[in-house]
Design a protein. Structure first.
Lengths: 655, 677
């Protein structure tokens, strides 16, 4: 146990003086908690922790795997080294922990004996390894991988490396290796699927004889509507379709008794705003039945309960999260719901036996930690101490807040008060807009490192409003589809009425407003400042500004035609009408444009189009481009720079 | 000026800026292997044979007129190399005593004579960084004079032979460190990579050193410059940043080299460039745009009297795009394109310009190089059936003599005949000219497939260059396959005068389109072109027009568009010379949205049914690759047959020889596939 006093003595030079208020640098002290996996018998839990590495020539994150007993005792860091280790899973006999790591220079699958000793590399894959899963009988590791054509390397060296667009997609196929080495110490690799279509995800059947997998034509992000489900027999390699329809099928899970296979299915045709239902297949008869809708119609399937009677899934619910169990004859019942804070859906796992849930959890004033919850009852038990020892600096209070939009629809958002808020006093307000548009602001820790330094804004005396306007997830299907054909219309009003509300209740200073957002939030920011002059500063991050050119250059050309009812040439006026760039002549707000240079989701050209139009008109504008960064920046030094730029821009033009 | 089909000279480029011939690094002769094959085996023109044609720059005559230097460039494509190699050659002015002066695996270029004609200076990156060297003309290896750690641009030796002045930038240690530390974000439009003007003495000092002297430096980029005849002053171009779009803001200053004192010499809202002192040092001649510095307008030669800084605009040249060569006594020599050829003009101080010289056949370019005394001139000449070579002439007689022998040993393949043809535009009867290349061994009366090749610019032009040279469009190889090629100069082209060049203002896709279609019609009514076997292709603005064509007609069986514009709104916001679009469309896109939309091929894309090949460089900032992707995505989703190929590292004009060769083959194969030939 380390006490605060001991911390103060042992602090490295950089911490000789502990900070008294939140800073962007302090945010980077916090670790993220990823996958939380309880063992089959529930006695142990493994999880991952991720930290930022900021050193002279390093700017990256490193993930390591931790292990503890289910009561939180006997906590150990299992993996070490400069390179990440991730995706832990237990062997059925509980002796080994399997994981994947790129420590050898390429991604491979490893295992480590829990009782002690270093890790052993199991695969030796020459291509790019995706994900892996251990068979329930512990005998086989299945993994997805892509082997580039043998002449690719040579062509690159010889400068014959032109690219024919959309040819030779890097489809992942399923490969197998035995967990135990043969007499020669080898684990011969066998390619199970043919790679003609891309394998997105897969899962073992309980008897280890089959693998259900999701496949789509190519790895392109635009191909998800064409995803289908199939099952492959491991011994023979025979493929049997489970669901191959116009709808998109994903997330297959088997019941422990092998009787059922459940999966999530989109509408037909699939819509980009997502509306998914759970389908239950009785394997013996191949009959399938669509189960009743969940609250938000975006369920993430976790698995079946031990007795195979109920399917467990997790879903956003307003600004929080809920875990549900759907009996095979429906309807879903809530089995756990946070009263404050959120559960990280991507890191939540049901153990193989269907008895324990591993969950990363955090709340607006509590950093993430790993928890385990027994399904049969009780409270979540904390296992990790990833962030427990960091100084508890003052945080602005964050709470959900509701208001009515211009058309009367109720809108919810999160309001973060400034530190030392005094009722009756007005404060500068930042409107932060989320992406998606089907994203959602939920009760995550405001002190985390990330593009928007909420805790730092609060420490500097700003209030922050993060609304969930129509189009957001978490409030049901109808709400999520309510911005179809109307980007910048009522969703814009939802945001502005939130500000109006905060002004009317005396919190926000109407002359000190700033607006900022990333991706769709960048779209809305660039839209907003063409519609109103009320904001003194704007920051557009990787924003969509020209719907016409976006559709032709993004890696998801099917996206806007879905939202706007047709291709750009059939809906030309519609695309023009809803593009922020069409109204760029109206902008007077000082605007900062931030964009990753390797962004294929919202190409950097979207940022350049808006910036150059502002600059030519003499509007105060600046643009910063981040080399190597995809749609979501990953290098910590860049994220730190982005946080600082948000702070500086607002300080300069709003104060 | 635009004698090559190089897209470097095309689309939205500053038309008045002379292209240094050494920047046209078109590859030429390749490996020895093919030269050893018997000519009979190479029965026809192929892209591989074209890669063996060397590029030759204009000869540079020595001050005493006895010697000349030039460069020859050929591609290197073995193993892991894909680059051009340039070397410097030397000969007497009568072509005798020819020898290769520089050697090695790295290029040497920009040769210039010393004042006493006894040695040749040149630039080379043979050590890894570009430096300046000197080599005696009569024997011995080269000596490095300028060892510069940063980036080095153009250089010039003072008339008295004592100094080398050069434009350069010091090494960017802060930038290099930021890259290592992964703090290398970029704030757009800040920290321009401006070049300053430096000098070193040609002879080392007592300690054997050549100390660097910074002559001028400031918040501007130094461009071209000229030494005064007495070697005491330098007239130099400045612009706010090296950005291409800042070319319109070019001004001229003068600096006293000894003291560093500068004075503005031509600083107005017009764009002033290419300063050249008169031999007596009293005058400075330079090129000036019109006042608004619009690119789509004429430019003039201006005569400035340095004492008193009084300037006088000299009479207009026929095309109003003069390129200054220099002074000969009291006359200013300049070159200009005219139709499909080029002309050397002489401008007296008091009178209109008069044509001085034109090759008997073919064309020359991009410029004419005079020695300082104005006694001799050098140029490079070619014709559609004659590969380029360097020539030297006495100015008094203007009878050029070939000095190089770069391409004399090429196998003499049958080559399609190229002739100039004329037709009237269906739009308004305007006279339009173009080059029609017939298939090799063409039989009159036979109808053959026709390729319509559209040049870039739009203020570019096709001229009578060698059709067998390597380049993106293998004209000789097309002709060898039995296809005719029409290379038209529609309205908007340069070389036909300012009214013709500006007749596509506010009018992309209408008059120019009609001019092109009328040319195809003419080739059909001549009985040459088979109307059922037509293909269309072009790069840059030529790619724009190809994109436009496929949205307007289905007469072509296939199209190949290279680095072409497709969406003029997104083009405006992402390319590096947006003011050129402002000039053509008389406003920014948000001031003239209807115009920009109407003239975008993408606005009419639902009509496009022609199988289209899209080629684009991945590092193209002139016409960003996103223009190609927009076209590709739309055609793909429409179900129109389309293929797109992207070339890594490649700017607006492809340079790596293996890529150029691939592009030539793709053009051949695409036509062959869709015309069934």
């Amino acid at each position: 146990m380390r006490g605060v006093l001991l911390c103060a003595v042992l602090l490295p030079a950089a911490w000789a003086q502990a900070p008294v208020a939140w800073t962007p640098e302090f945010s980077f002290q916090f670790k993220g908690v990823g996958a939380v996996i309880p063992s089959p018998d529930g006695s142990r839990v493994a999880w991952t922790q991720t930290e930022s590495v900021i050193e002279p020539e390093r700017s990256e994150t490193v993930t390591q795997i931790f292990l503890a007993s289910a009561d939180g005792s006997h906590r150990v860091q299992l993996t070490r080294g400069d390179k990440s280790s991730s995706a832990p899973s237990f062997s059925a006999d509980g002796r080994y922990l399997y994981f994947q790591s790129s420590r050898s220079g390429k991604m491979n699958v490893y295992r480590i004996l829990i009782a002690g000793g270093e890790a052993e590399m199991l695969t030796d894959f020459k291509g790019n390894l995706g994900s892996y899963k251990l068979s329930p009988d512990d005998k086989t590791v299945a993994f997805t991988g892509y082997e580039p054509p043998s002449d690719e390397e040579k062509n690159k060296k010889e400068k014959r490396d032109w690219r024919v667009v959309d040819s030779n997609p890097a489809n992942m196929a399923i490969y197998l290796i035995p967990t135990e080495a043969n007499q020669d110490g080898k684990r011969p690799q066998r390619k199970l699927s043919d790679g003609k279509r891309h394998v997105e995800a897969f899962v073992w059947s309980p008897d280890s004889r089959a693998i259900a997998f999701v496949h789509q034509p190519t790895p392109s992000a635009d191909d998800w509507p064409k995803s289908d489900l199939a099952e492959i027999d491991v011994a023979s390699g025979t493929v049997k379709p489970i669901a191959a329809t116009n709808a998109a099928e994903r997330d297959p899970v088997y019941s422990p008794d092998g009787k059922y296979l459940a999966y999530a299915k989109s509408s037909d045709p699939p819509r980009w705003a997502t509306d998914d239902r759970i389908v239950l297949v009785t394997r013996s008869s191949n009959e399938s039945r669509t189960l009743p809708a969940s609250y938000d119609e975006q369920p993430n399937l976790l698995g079946f309960t031990a007795d195979s009677s109920r399917l467990v899934f997790i879903e956003a619910k307003h600004t929080r999260t809920a875990i549900y169990a759907m009996p095979v004859d429906g309807p879903p019942q809530t089995i756990f719901e946070t009263s404050k804070g959120v559960i990280g859906a991507g890191g939540t796992h049901l153990n193989a036996a269907g008895t324990y849930l591993g969950m990363p959890m955090e709340s607006t004033d509590e950093p993430p930690e790993a928890y385990v919850l027994k399904l049969s009852g009780g409270a979540p038990v904390r296992l990790s101490r990833a962030n427990t020892d960091l100084p508890k600096l003052p945080l602005g209070k964050t709470e959900p807040i509701k208001w009515k939009s211009k058309d009367g629809l109720e809108i919810e958002g999160l309001l973060t008060y400034p530190v030392d808020y005094q009722s009756g006093k007005r404060y500068p307000l930042i409107l932060n807009i989320h992406g998606g548009p089907t994203g959602i602001f939920s009760e995550t820790f405001t002190g985390r490192s990330g593009l928007y330094p909420i805790a730092v804004f609060a420490a500097r005396g700003y209030a922050v409003l993060r609304p969930n306007p129509r189009g957001s997830g978490g409030y049901g299907r109808t709400f999520r589809f309510a911005n179809y054909n109307d980007w910048g219309g009522k969703d814009y009003e939802d945001n502005q009425t939130g500000i109006d509300h905060l002004i009317s209740i005396g919190i926000a200073d109407p002359d000190k407003l700033a607006v900022m957002g990333w991706s769709y939030g960048g779209f809305m920011t660039s839209w907003t400042i063409t519609q109103t002059h009320r904001f003194k500063a704007a920051v557009i991050g990787a924003g969509v500004t020209d719907l016409w050119s976006f559709t032709g250059t993004a890696d998801i050309p099917g996206f806007l035609p879905d939202y706007f009812g047709g291709e750009p040439w059939t809906q030309f006026e519609n695309f023009q009408k809803h593009s922020p760039i069409t109204y760029v002549k109206n902008v007077t707000t000082p605007t900062l444009v931030l964009h990753g240079e390797a962004d294929v989701r919202v190409p950097t050209s979207q940022g350049y189009e808006y910036y150059h139009a502002l600059k030519r008109q003499g509007v105060t504008a600046k643009m910063v481009v981040y080399p190597r960064q995809p749609h979501g920046p990953t290098e910590p030094k860049f994220i730190l720079d982005i946080m600082q730029r948000h702070l500086d821009w607002v300080d300069k033009y709003v104060r | 000026m635009f004698d090559k089909l190089s897209p470097r000279n095309a689309c939205l480029r500053l038309p008045r800026r002379r292209v240094h011939s050494d920047s046209c690094l078109l590859p030429s002769v390749s490996s020895l292997l093919v030269c050893l094959l018997p000519a009979a085996l190479l029965a026809q023109w192929t892209p591989e044979l074209s890669m063996k044609v060397k590029t030759v720059t204009a000869a540079v005559p020595s001050p005493d007129g006895r010697l000349a230097v030039w460069t020859e460039t050929h591609p290197v494509m073995d193993a892991e190399k894909s680059e051009s190699l340039t070397q410097v050659f030397l000969a007497h002015s009568d072509g005798s005593g020819r020898l290769q002066l520089t050697r090695g695996e790295k290029s040497a270029n920009a040769p210039a004579f010393s004042a006493d004609s006894a040695s040749v200076f040149f630039a080379s990156d043979r050590t890894g960084k570009r430096g300046i060297y000197r080599i005696p003309v009569d024997g011995g290896e080269a000596e490095q004079l300028v060892n510069w750690a940063g980036t080095l641009g153009n250089y010039a030796v003072s008339p008295n032979g004592k100094w080398i002045a050069f434009a350069a930038r010091e090494p960017d240690t802060a930038e290099e460190r930021a890259k290592r530390e992964k703090l290398d974000f970029r704030v757009i439009d800040e920290n321009p990579h401006n070049q300053s003007l430096w000098a070193i003495p040609v002879e080392p000092d007592a300690a054997g050193k050549r100390p660097f002297k910074k002559i001028v430096s400031g918040p501007y980029n130094v461009g071209a410059f000229d030494w005064s005849p007495d070697s005491r002053r330098i007239a130099y171009e400045t612009r706010p940043t090296p950005d291409a779009d800042d070319g319109r803001k070019s001004d001229i200053y003068e600096v006293e080299v000894e003291t560093g004192v500068t004075r503005p010499v031509a600083v107005t809202s017009a764009s002033e460039s290419q300063p050249k002192y008169s031999p007596d040092g009293r005058y400075l001649a330079f090129i000036r745009s019109n006042e608004s510095a619009k690119r789509i307008d004429g430019s003039r030669i201006v005569l400035l009297t340095l004492a008193g800084l009084k300037s006088r605009e000299l009479p207009a040249s026929p095309d109003e795009t003069p390129g200054l060569s220099g002074w000969v006594g009291n006359r200013i020599l300049f070159t200009e394109g005219r139709g499909t050829r080029s002309v050397v003009y002489a401008m007296p101080l008091d009178g209109p310009p008069a044509p001085l010289f034109q090759p008997t056949r073919g064309t020359f370019g991009p410029g004419l190089i005079l020695n300082r005394a104005g006694t001799h001139a050098g140029l490079s000449v070619q014709a559609p059936d004659q590969p380029v070579e360097a020539y030297v002439t006495e100015v008094a007689s203007m009878k050029p003599v070939r000095v190089s022998a770069a391409n004399v040993d090429l196998p003499k393949q049958p080559i399609g005949e190229t002739k100039v043809i004329h037709w009237k535009s269906s739009k308004d009867g305007k006279d339009i000219e173009g080059l029609l290349t017939l298939p090799a061994n063409y039989q009159a009366g036979k109808k053959v497939p026709l390729i319509l090749n559209i040049h870039g610019g739009p203020a570019g032009a096709f001229s009578e260059t060698f059709i067998g040279a390597s380049g993106l469009y293998p004209i000789a190889a097309f002709a060898a396959r039995g296809w005719a090629v029409l290379r038209a100069n529609p309205r908007g082209s340069t070389n036909y005068g300012l009214p013709f060049r500006s007749s596509n203002v506010d009018d992309w896709g209408s008059g120019d389109y009609a001019d092109l279609m009328s040319g195809v019609d003419a080739a059909i009514s001549m009985g040459v072109a088979d109307p059922n076997k037509l293909a269309v292709m072009g790069w840059s603005y030529g790619g724009y027009m190809t994109n436009w064509v496929v949205t307007q007609t289905n007469r072509f069986k296939c199209a190949a568009t290279g680095a072409g514009l497709s969406d003029l709104i997104s083009m405006w916001g992402t390319n590096d010379i947006p003011t050129t679009l402002d000039d053509y469309f008389e406003g920014t896109w948000y001031e003239q949205p209807d115009r920009y939309i109407k003239m975008s091929p993408l606005a009419h894309i639902q009509n496009a049914k022609t199988p289209t090949l899209i080629l684009h460089g991945e590092a193209d900032i002139r016409v960003p690759t996103s223009q190609g992707y927009e076209m590709y995505t739309a055609l793909k989703r429409l179900g129109t047959p389309v293929e797109m190929v992207v070339y890594p590292r490649t700017p607006h004009g492809p340079q790596e020889p293996k890529f150029v060769l691939d592009i030539m083959h793709r053009h051949l194969d695409w036509v062959s596939k869709h015309l069934g030939e």
